[in-house]
Design a protein around this ligand. Sequence first.
Ligand SMILES: [Zn+2]
Length: 72
Amino acid sequence: MNERTQDQNAPDSPNRATMAPVSYGYCAWHLGYSADTRVINVQEQGSGPGGVQFACGPCREMYGLVPYADQP
Ligand SMILES: [Zn+2]
């Protein structure tokens, strides 16, 4: 038996199977979970619950949404 030592603080594992290649999240436009969601709006904390809104690919095209990261 060649037991591997448990490494709690493993360095970056690029081939980690648990990481999905796409971001899976809740689309705030069609009100459902979808893959390939992007952050569209980031609401500032203070007035309301705050948080972010995600939109999936089809909704971004349909509504002409610009991902937050791509906004000026
Ligand atoms: Zn959607």
